[in-house]
Design a protein. Structure first.
Length: 165
């Protein structure tokens, strides 16, 4: 099961009420933090995977299908950074099939979300698509990754993930 750790702002938008903090599973692509951001008066959902800091961007509509929208974005960005389609689809189906909403717990990941939100607000407002923004964010150096970018970190982590053939 995937933990989608929501900010209070996103939990309110999803009409979830008070969320509890749950322990981390430690599995790859099973721990996400998410927030709603506004760019040009359009709401977007920005989710960041805790371990690799891989960002996903989707429009904030049809929110009862948010896990499926995030799974589609995950599949697209994993394919873009060079992950085999069957592996990417496996991680995406894990995200689409079961999400437990919980409270955000990691201020470092929330800081990454804020950094990504600033970058998205500039590039999306300048005419970049959501996918182009995700590609850009996956190449952006991030302090918590030792100033590596999420793309190469994801490739390295997946290569050593024992659940991947």
């Amino acid at each position: 099961m995937v933990n989608l750790r929501c900010t209070a702002k996103l939990a309110k938008r999803l009409k979830l009420g008070k969320l509890e903090k749950v322990p981390s599973s430690g599995e790859l692509f099973a721990e996400w933090h998410a927030n709603v951001i506004w760019v040009d008066r359009k709401p977007l959902i920005l989710a960041v995977e805790d371990r690799t800091r891989l960002p996903l961007l989707v429009r904030a509509r049809d929110l009862d299908r948010l896990p499926q929208h995030l799974a589609g974005a995950l599949s697209e960005i994993l394919a873009e950074i060079g992950i085999e389609p069957e592996v990417a689809d496996g991680y995406a189906s894990q995200l689409a099939s079961g999400v437990r909403y919980s409270a955000s717990v990691d201020k470092s990941v929330l800081g990454t979300i804020n950094d990504c939100a600033n970058t998205v607000s500039y590039h999306y407002a300048a005419g970049s698509s959501l996918f182009e923004c995700m590609k850009l964010l996956s190449t952006m150096p991030m302090g918590p990754l030792g100033y590596n970018s999420p793309g190469p970190v994801v490739r390295a982590v997946i290569r050593f993930d024992p659940t991947v053939n």
